[in-house]
Design a protein around this ligand. Sequence first.
Ligand SMILES: Nc1ncnc2c1ncn2[C@@H]1O[C@H](COP(=O)(O)OP(=O)(O)OP(=O)(O)O)[C@@H](O)[C@H]1O
Length: 292
Amino acid sequence: MSTIKVEHLNKHFRKQKVLDDINLTFGSNQIYGLLGRNGAGKSTLLNIITDRIFASAGHVKLDGENLHDNGDMLAKVFMMSQDNLYPDSMKVKTIIKTTATLYDHFNQPLADDLVKKFDVNLNTKFSKLSTGYHSIVKLIIALCVPASIIIFDEPTLGLDANHRELFYSELIQSYSETPRTIIIATHLIDEVANLVNNVVIINDGHVIVNDDNETVIKKAHTITGPEKELDGYCDGLNIIGSKRLGNLKTNYIYGPLNDQRMLPDTVKIEGLDLQTLFIYLTKRDGEVINNE
Ligand SMILES: Nc1ncnc2c1ncn2[C@@H]1O[C@H](COP(=O)(O)OP(=O)(O)OP(=O)(O)O)[C@@H](O)[C@H]1O
């Protein structure tokens, strides 16, 4: 069991309220996508979970025990972020070796395999690695440590498309061999949409979506038709955005449809992908998307 509970969490930096009464459960052996716009508070939340910074109020518990200042419990949580934790002059092979000595069950065969697959030069100093390889070295370590909760904060920063694909497939492979709780904060929503089984969206310091992937996608619809028929059909539904193309209008809906209502022949309902859903749910007042 490794369940993280975030309870009534608040964080301000001086007068700026960044997290406002956040309540979340990250369940055992699930993969979470933590999504939010720039500055939404994702890294702040993850830094509080891993006790790198303090909450202004509230708690984070792992299996019922407070994580704050709790070395035994914090040892079960590993976070890969863009923060540099390694000395610049340290060679990659020393970083991996040192990490392996810190963890009893570090997966050395996997580390060796990933070094080959990602074509990492073990003799390069950390400071001399390219941006992508900085991320790759940290990803390899995150995949090999025996923590029961692995957090990735922007794991693919700087990775080319081939290396991103490789990372996602290695993550799935590693998860299927050793299930654990995984939280991925990312802006590459399309790329993780089929990888995560739960979606958490933070906006302006609040959780606005917190559900399993299937439920989220079931509630998300694109409905298109001539304006009058479309608006009649969509009356009372939760319309999160609209756009017009010629004589046709599209409404984006997040929430239940009205099953009792007749669907006009001219109106078509389709699914809505996670990225488009995210864009409309987090759109700011007055912000223009897609020439709406
Ligand atoms: N140490 C700090 N001191 C002051 N303000 C901070 C600090 N850390 C974060 N913030 C502010 O808190 C807000 C949330 O930042 P955070 O890094 O958590 O967002 P994020 O969702 O991870 O964003 P991004 O996707 O751009 O990385 C931002 O407005 C940021 O400027």
